[in-house]
Design a protein around this ligand. Sequence first.
Ligand code: DGT
Ligand code: CA
Ligand code: CA
Ligand code: ZN
Length: 575
Amino acid sequence: MVRSNAEVAALLQEYADLLAITGGDAFKARAYEKAARAIDGFPTDVAGLDTKGLQEIPNVGKSIAEKIVEFLHTGQVSIVEEARAEIPAGVRELITIPGLGPRKALILHQELGISSVAELLDALDDERLRDLKGFGEKTEANIRHGIALLQQAGGRILLGAAMEAAEQVIAALSEVTGCRRCTYAGSLRRMRETIGDIDILVAAEHSAPFMEAFAALPNTAEVIVQGEKKTSIRTTKGLQVDLRVLPPAAWGAGLLYFTGSKAHNIRIRELAVRHKLKLSEYGLFHTETGRNLASRTEESVYARLGLPWIPPTLREDRGEVAAALRNALPELVTEADIRGDLHTHTDLTDGVASLADMVDAAAARGYTYYAVTDHAPDMAMQQMTDAKMLAQREQLRQLNGKYRKLHLLHGTELNIGPDGEVDWPAEFLAGFDLCVASVHSHFNQSRDQLTKRLVRACENPHVKIIGHPTTRLIGKRPGIDADFDAVFAACARTGTALEINAHPERLDLNDEDILRAKRHGVKFAVNTDAHATTHLPYMRYGVGTAQRGWLTKDDVINAWPLPRLRRFLAQGRSA
Ligand code: DGT
Ligand code: CA
Ligand code: CA
Ligand code: ZN
């Protein structure tokens, strides 16, 4: 739906980076960056807008609007092409290294003639970077780590991007005559945080029409293999998508097999062997007679193995089969259980939508409560003041009466300072319904300092949620190196919830940390940290991650009815 918005935003961001590498006008670079963010969060498809309509978008002026129109009409923008031509591709690659911004990339190119990641690795080995102005041993270590992260990501893409691409393919294939079922399987169905390739399954009597339609999709750049059972393509964005067409009678067995994980499949195949059965992508068979015992639905295959249906988000061989055998699978929290979002922004700080628009969008999602949590004054860039915050509270109280079902909470996202202190004194914090507190800087403190810092934030009786607890950005920035077991214990002791930030770049806490934290008896809040109305649907990725951490609705404070949530928020705060 908003695909062209994402493409336009990416192009504008690239241009901002290119301007920064060439040491161009910093003001102009920032203007492009802001426009990119605004367009990314703009709810309407920009493809339908003209220059005038585009200028209605915040931070989009005439000149940027004209470039967008040029892009929408011709598929490129001449000044961006020129800027690309000016800078060697290798240097452009340098800025994709997490932790290495355009300014440092330019210095490396100018001072050391480095124009590729390989050359940069050589220079690191020779310790040639540490003598440059603005670099040092610590920078060297950070860059080395950034390169490792980049290589680890190794072509995997974020869950959100993969989901959007998959849903487009499914929409197109569902239109083909004879389509009985069409869905995604693989790591995407298991909601892993990154996806290697997308696996699409169709149930139909005849496969050829689907293979043809798939190869002919507008986003197909290359057909890797086309066959009767399986076709693989690469999209214009470089993503591999595999399509398999299954006979309807084998749908369940195929869906089970291609959902994986491989480790889960191996585990249940062992179980089959113990029952003298054979499990394959075609069905569950009696080994001796070859008779097909189950294949039409996943439920039937699991049932024949003595198991309840196991949700895909649990299928990672983390004890789910043993738990299923004991009939002790958790009753996982679902998106329908979520009653509200407890970490969101507006254009009062760095969001791109107004309070009224964000609240409207929350109401449209059917929430029963919704917290607005704009940034506090310690992040100086946000220019927050007491007066602005109180004015917003007044505005919010007035909006509150407008919705029959939705109850608005006034909150803030505090900044956890280097020593664990937060923005406002207790008297002012007492005025909020809810305080989230998060780390936004000083990521490289010692492990001991980082741990104390987070623990101190938990101990603040007004802080009820730790936002994006590790601060990692997937494939871009590692999480901070704190003793998280100590932090989780502090959360449990102080009644502070841990956020599961649903933004596809964050998913923070991740599944494994959630499992660890749960053992400490912590509660969680699944929040989108929305900076635009289009971010509210990210909730599904947060819920997927919560499920991967085996959470039930009792573990998740924003799946609770409002009175129970209120009691949690009031604990330890003298009113
Ligand atoms: P990805 O694509 O790396 O994000 O991860 P998956 O899990 O989507 O893996 P993929 O696309 O290679 O295969 C899809 C599913 O097919 C996988 O989850 C399980 C099943 N599968 C693939 N190869 C094997 C195999 O050699 N043995 C078993 N048991 N299952 C397999
Ligand atoms: Ca896959
Ligand atoms: Ca695959
Ligand atoms: Zn936030």
